[in-house]
Write a protein that binds this ligand. Structure first.
Ligand code: ADP
Ligand code: ADP
Length: 229
């Protein structure tokens, strides 16, 4: 479960400017795909189309063989998890902030998600750095740590597919790589992962799609593409 098919997908925000022109690709269940390409090449748009923030204007997107334009938003939300760029945390400890991903989750489930996303060491801290257990003020959560909270929230929902848009991320490259490594570990062959990136931050993926001029200009495994520069 978690197969993604783009079949001749076309999309424009404004008439006359095609952002995606007959884009086709397949991601097999549990695989990782990285979307790369120059700024403005449509990486974020592909992510937005996948969770139906916009509808395609030509072609179709299938998830496990089902056309997503015919799936109810609620069911789509139940099998696609989107890790937001800017995570809003409320003034309670990180454990409760993670539980927000699925309110019915037990403490143990929340803690497992925190371990998987590598944020467990902050679980009793407040977003502003105050640790409720030891009553000490620590450091505020960094951007990377906030994103880890977002990832923990997402994995708590056990989606079939996780989407992450780092195309315009404010995080430094090393933090991005660390986050990718955690996510790749979490997803390991059972959750499909679609990530929009800067090429320089890619650590590994089953497939890389290079977008340019509204099309997929290159596709391949990352060793091949990195070798091409
Ligand atoms: P990338 O993620 O590769 O940087 P995007 O998918 O965000 O690219 O954007 C592709 C193109 O579509 C860019 O030229 C961008 O300016 C344009 N664009 C993105 N969002 C909108 C929007 N809501 N309305 C109009 N144009 C948009
Ligand atoms: P991101 O790539 O992370 O979505 P952007 O800075 O490209 O961030 O876009 C921020 C917001 O502005 C998004 O909601 C996007 O859809 C919208 N946007 C981007 N480019 C344009 C554009 N050319 N015209 C109108 N809205 C745009």
């Amino acid at each position: 479960e978690g197969r993604v098919d783009f079949q001749n997908v076309c999309f424009s925000y404004t008439a006359g400017t095609e952002i995606l022109s007959e884009v086709s690709f397949t991601v097999m269940p549990g695989q990782t795909v990285a979307l790369v390409g120059p700024s403005g090449s449509g990486k974020s748009t592909i992510i937005r189309l996948l969770f139906r923030f916009y509808d395609v204007q030509g072609g179709c997107i299938l998830i496990d063989g089902q056309d997503i334009s015919k799936v109810r938003q609620n069911s789509l939300r139940s099998y696609i998890g989107v890790v937001p760029q800017d995570t809003v945390l409320f003034n309670d400890n990180i454990r409760e902030n993670i539980r927000y991903g699925r309110i019915s989750a037990s403490d143990q489930e929340v803690e497992e998600a925190a371990v998987a996303a590598d944020i467990h060491h902050k679980i009793l801290s407040l977003p502003d750095g105050y640790n409720t257990e030891v009553g000490e003020r620590g450091l505020k959560l960094s951007g990377g740590e906030k994103q880890r909270v977002a990832i923990a929230r997402t994995i708590l929902k056990s989606p079939r597919i996780i989407l992450l848009d780092e195309a315009t991320s404010a995080l430094d490259s090393q933090t991005e790589r660390n986050i990718q490594a955690s996510l790749a570990k979490v997803c390991a062959n059972h959750t499909t992962l679609v990530v929009a990136h800067r090429l320089s931050t890619i650590i590994s993926s089953d497939q890389i799609l290079v977008l340019q001029d509204a099309r997929i200009a290159e596709r391949g495994r990352h060793e091949e593409l990195l070798a091409m520069g």
